[in-house]
Design a protein around this ligand. Sequence first.
Ligand code: 5GP
Length: 139
Amino acid sequence: MSTIFTQIVEGEIPARVVYEDETTLAFLDANPLAPGHTLVIPKDEYERLNDVPDDVSSDLYDTIHRLVPAVEESVDADATTVAFNNGEEAGQEVPHVHCHIVPRFEGDGGGPIHAVAGEPPELSDDELDDIAADIDSQV
Ligand code: 5GP
C-alpha cells in the first residue's frame, strides 16, 4: 500500500506542486500552518531520514535549499521553520520522509523548534560526555 505522498508523485491524487525534478517533489501542505507551508519529499518512498540513500539525501537537501528562499519570497515571510518529524513518536503521520518548510512572521504566535520536545532533561557533564562519545562512535 503506497503512501499518500507516493500517490501525489504518481498523479493519483492532486496537489499544488511547486517544484519537481528527477528525484524530489515539493508541494503545498493541504493543512497549512502558515501561507506557503510547503512539503519537500524524495519521490521514492522512504519512511525515515536514515532510510534515504546518500545520493537522494543530497538531492533532497538541494531542493530544500532551493525552496526556502522561494517560499519566503513568495509569501513575504520574515523567516522559516524547516523541520522533519522523523518517526511516529516525533509526530510523523505520513510514513514517507518529508521536510516541512513553514513560513514564519514576526508576532505570528508560534514557537521555536525548542518547543517540540517535553520537559528538558537535567544531564551532568559526565552524562553529556558519554552521550557525545556514543554518538561519535556510531557515525
Ligand atoms: P507529518 O505529521 O507526517 O510530519 O505531516 C504530514 C503533513 O502532510 C501534514 O502537515 C498534513 O497536513 C500533510 N498532508 C496529509 N495528507 C496530505 C495530502 O493528501 N496532500 C497534501 N498536500 N498534504 C497532506
